[in-house]
Ligand binder design. Structure first.
Ligand code: TRP
Length: 448
């Protein structure tokens, strides 16, 4: 019953798995969302809660996903079905994988639109369009972009093609090669930007903002946002990490590998915050600017600084690379499923999916212009898909994965595959059986 390797391929080493999973985890969630939600929720106290959520809920669920994928060596749907069958349970557990596949397609469609904005800003930084803009001008430029479907479509199409080019080439020639090139580039850019931020007068203010801790600033709302985000940022709840786990070499230890991915993802989010806030503070701007922090406030701040155009350009290249490696991981589980279940060629599966997400993406980019009056429960298509996935599908997928791994899979399977100390195993069990389902259910219910 147990396959030795996935038919899609195997990562060359444990490190490639770590970097590929980190590439999936580190994305717009870390560089765009984390700094602005930290800003909106007052800084330090929020950061602490976020770290606790990663440790208590995120990492245990990630271990569960890697375990399921690596044991079955198949796409998430087949992996869940196989493992359920082996444990004497219903094959219906595979539905979690199906829901995950859909979630990946939905996330991709709006993710690609935001990644398109990033590509536009790379160009704008390179051509000097954003040099010395005022806040009003930067705001106007961003709104002009949103109102222009043709330009948005061009960038969305380019980004979808960039992702397709990697996914179509397969696990080793596509995903692994992209990982080897892009992850070192990402770390290098991040360090360069951090160095730049350290040299600005606002650095200590930025540092204090992120790391001062004041219990009185802690709101219940911030806890919810932190827990929800810990899920999105680690790419959990939809089978991405399961699929990546199914390509993981047999010898690699699951516990320490997952710890490494979680640590790197968190480190990048913190460094992104430390790179952004000093630049914001150095220019006397507001850290709580919300989603416009990266597309409006930051360009203004860069515009006023020495070498600002150059570092602004590097910054958006960094975000573009991070978004690219994440978007790849949104499609991979579905591609693997179509190839393994329906015997499609990888190229057919990849192109078919790319067309599907491209079309859905048009509805998302139209939300800001020609389709702005199409709404679901009062939200435009873009917001509706973001809400549906981030607040409902991913947490639901996460709870079900935790419950499945904790209560329904034979414990011996976990012990054989994960091979950690008894102590870690017990901690993991407590998290997936009790802590995670309860914590995530609360978030899910309150979000509804
Ligand atoms: N983790 C990525 C980010 O922070 C987004 C992402 C990629 C994702 N794959 C995912 C989120 C799978 C949830 C599930 O931007």
């Amino acid at each position: 019953m147990k396959n030795k390797t996935s038919i899609q391929g195997t990562w060359a080493s444990r490190w490639i798995f770590i970097l590929a999973a980190t590439g999936s985890a580190v994305g717009l969630g870390n560089i765009w969302k984390f700094p602005y939600i930290t800003g909106e929720n007052g800084g330090g106290a929020f950061v602490l809660v976020y770290l606790i959520c990663i440790a208590l809920v995120g990492l245990p669920i990630m271990m569960a996903e890697v375990f399921i994928g690596r044991r079955a060596r198949k796409n998430p749907i087949n992996a869940l079905e196989d493992l359920a069958e082996e444990s004497g349970q219903s094959k219906k557990w595979g539905i979690i994988g199906l829901m995950g596949m859909l979630a990946g397609i939905f996330i991709f469609s709006f993710y690609s639109v935001v990644a398109g904005w990033v590509l536009h800003y790379i160009k704008a930084m390179a051509t000097g369009e954003l040099a010395n803009v005022s806040s009003e001008q930067a705001g106007a430029l961003f709104n002009e972009l949103l109102a222009d479907p043709a330009t948005l479509l061009g960038w969305h199409t380019l980004f979808t093609l960039m992702v397709l080019a990697v996914v179509i080439a397969g696990v080793n020639k596509g995903l692994e090669r992209a990982t080897r090139i892009m992850m070192p580039a990402l770390f290098f850019l991040l360090i360069a930007l951090l160095g730049y931020a350290i040299s600005t007068p606002g650095f200590s203010q930025g540092w204090d903002f992120m790391f001062h801790f004041d219990v009185s600033e802690l709101s219940w709302d911030a806890v919810l946002v932190a827990l929800g985000h810990s899920f999105f940022t680690l790419s959990l709840g939809m089978g991405t990490i399961m699929a990546y786990g199914s390509y993981m070499p047999k010898k690699a230890s699951i516990g320490s590998t997952v710890l490494m991915v979680g640590a790197l993802d968190t480190l990048v989010a913190l460094v992104a915050g430390l790179a952004i806030f000093p630049i914001i503070f150095s220019n006397g701007m507001n850290p709580g600017a919300g989603p416009g922090l990266m597309f409006i406030s930051l360009p203004v701040a860069f515009g006023q600084m020495a070498f600002g155009q150059f570092f602004g350009f590097l910054f958006f290249v960094l975000v573009g690379v991070a978004a690219w490696t994440s978007a790849i991981s949104l499609l991979e589980p579905s591609v693997a499923f179509l190839v393994e279940r329906f015997k499609l060629k990888r190229s057919t599966a990849s192109i078919g999916l790319a067309i599907l997400v491209w079309l859905l993406g048009i509805a998302c980019l139209g939300s800001f212009n020609f389709m702005s009056d199409v709404t679901f429960f009062g939200k435009n298509t873009f917001d509706a898909l973001d809400y549906l996935t981030t607040n409902i599908m991913l947490p639901l997928g996460g709870i079900l994965i935790a419950i499945f791994a904790g209560w329904f899979v034979k414990d011996q399977f976990v012990k054989d595959e994960v091979q950690t100390s008894n102590f870690i195993h017990v901690c993991w069990k407590v998290s997936v059986c009790v802590i995670s389902p309860i914590a995530v259910s609360i978030v899910l219910l309150l979000n509804l």
